[in-house]
Ligand binder design. Structure first.
Ligand SMILES: Cc1cc2nc3c(=O)[nH]c(=O)nc-3n(C[C@H](O)[C@H](O)[C@H](O)COP(=O)(O)OP(=O)(O)OC[C@H]3O[C@@H](n4cnc5c(N)ncnc54)[C@H](O)[C@@H]3O)c2cc1C
Length: 404
């Protein structure tokens, strides 16, 4: 039996593998994608100090570190079921069943689709798919694109597409309504944009981001939008339909009021050869549900997340979680959480040597620091929401879990 099995070779899974293997544990990482790195593989951005972060290189560094410590990384294998027998976790994969003493779920997040008339046409894709095409496979998704959905991720990926040589015609809202939810609400989306204003090349937008409230921002927002890196961001325009006979040819759009109502007589058609839909991210926690974890609904973290504490421990003995499955945040936070999970599993398996506890507490502190300094904040109020979640966990489970 293996000491630790980790599902997911993203920054959280690989970060945990390194921390656990450094303490002498035998670790196996399983990932259904053909390469390790998770969503890190698609990321490319400029830090405020002007340095570029290339996710492929970051993933390679983590992979090399893990392999150097003897971690067994198996790609192209999906996990579809989990069972707990006495003190053993049975992990059912498309290859074989693997048994382990501790199990870490680091399965990341999935994209939330927004149904829009015409969304089944060839050339329509999720914003994450366009990121993977451009940054991982080095294939342009098209020449001229329109992005439907204004949020932190869509603006960040629009910039990446631009760096791939793609013309991004505009980023606009989906038509307001039940299916679009808050993604069709200019005020809510203004809130999301304000969290990105520090990245804007224009000092005016950077200053504005500090002082303008989302409500005021949505009202004052110019009808023709404003530009970030030359890309028009439009909170007062909404996509009504994606047009085309055999593939995407354009988008029918209209102006909307500050509270998202379509203004009659303002419709027009803009041409494009591909369209991305960006509905936001949700923690991918199905396996935690299969295992029988308790869950909590936390909008600030992206939806339903398994209840857990700051040591990444769930309410099921021997089962840990790290990264976006615990709430949607940036890759650096995911990696820091992975380190905590790796050290926690080492503690449970009595592999933390002298000073190990201090290391674990320092790693917990590092997660908070990394969160505070993160370039991208996916939602407001993450820190408070996490504190509340950990308080709930302690209240319910602290007495029941032996190894806390
Ligand atoms: C489409 C998309 C784009 C993103 N872009 C950015 C960005 O530009 N900047 C940013 O800071 N953050 C971005 N994020 C957030 C991103 O998820 C985090 O930055 C970080 O990658 C999370 O790390 P993680 O290790 O938790 O998960 P991930 O990096 O998502 O890794 C999870 C891994 O688990 C594997 N997996 C999942 N389920 C199974 C299973 N059942 N069996 C086997 N393997 C499985 C997946 O194949 C994947 O490799 C993005 C997220 C998504 C979904």
């Amino acid at each position: 039996m293996i000491d630790v099995v980790i599902i997911g070779a993203g920054p959280a899974g690989l970060g945990a593998a390194v921390a656990a293997a450094e303490h002498g544990l035998q670790v196996c990482v399983v990932d259904e994608f053909v390469k390790p790195g998770g969503r890190l593989l698609g990321q490319l951005h400029e830090e405020p100090d002007g340095k570029w972060v290339n996710g492929i290189e970051e993933a390679q560094k983590l992979y090399n570190q893990a392999i150097g410590l003897g971690v067994d990384i198996r790609c192209g294998i999906s996990v579809y079921d989990l069972r707990k027998l006495e003190n053993t976790w049975c992990v059912y994969t498309t290859d074989e069943m693997i048994e382990s003493k501790c199990l870490l779920l680091a399965t990341g997040a999935s994209e939330t689709p927004i149904p829009i008339p015409g969304w089944t046409l060839p050339g329509v894709m999720s914003i994450g798919a366009a990121q993977v095409m451009g940054n991982v496979h080095r294939v342009k998704p098209g020449e001229k694109g329109i992005i439907i959905g204004v949020n932190v991720l869509s603006v960040a990926i629009a910039r990446e597409l631009q760096l791939c040589g793609v013309h991004v015609e505009s980023i606009l809202l989906p038509q307001p309504g039940l299916l679009a939810g808050s993604a069709g609400n200019p005020e809510k989306m203004m809130e999301s944009l304000l969290r990105l204003s520090h990245l804007a090349p224009s000092p005016l937008i950077r200053m504005g981001g500090k002082w303008v409230s989302p409500k005021l921002g949505a009202r004052l927002f110019p009808k023709n939008g404003f530009k970030m890196w030359g890309i028009p961001i439009q909170l007062r325009k909404a996509a009504l339909e994606i047009l085309g006979d055999n593939q995407v040819e354009g988008v029918r759009m209209a102006e909307v009021s500050a509270n998202g109502e379509v203004l009659p007589g303002t419709e027009k058609t803009v041409s494009a050869d591909f369209v991305c839909i960006a509905g936001g991210l949700t923690p991918m926690a199905e396996l935690a549900s299969v295992a029988g974890c308790s869950f909590c609904y936390v909008p600030e973290l992206g939806g339903h997340v398994p209840l857990h504490n700051e040591f990444m421990q769930t309410n099921l003995a021997g089962l840990y979680i790290a990264g976006n499955i615990t709430g949607v945040e940036s890759a650096k936070v995911a990696r820091a959480q992975g380190k905590v999970a790796g050290l926690s599993m080492a503690r449970e398996l009595k592999a933390l040597v002298y000073g190990g506890n201090e290391k674990l507490y320092a790693a917990v502190e590092e997660v908070t620091e990394t969160r505070r300094n993160a370039l991208i904040q996916f939602q407001p109020g993450i820190e408070e929401a996490r504190k509340e979640l950990h308080r709930k966990f302690d209240e319910t489970y602290k007495q029941k879990l032996v190894s806390i």
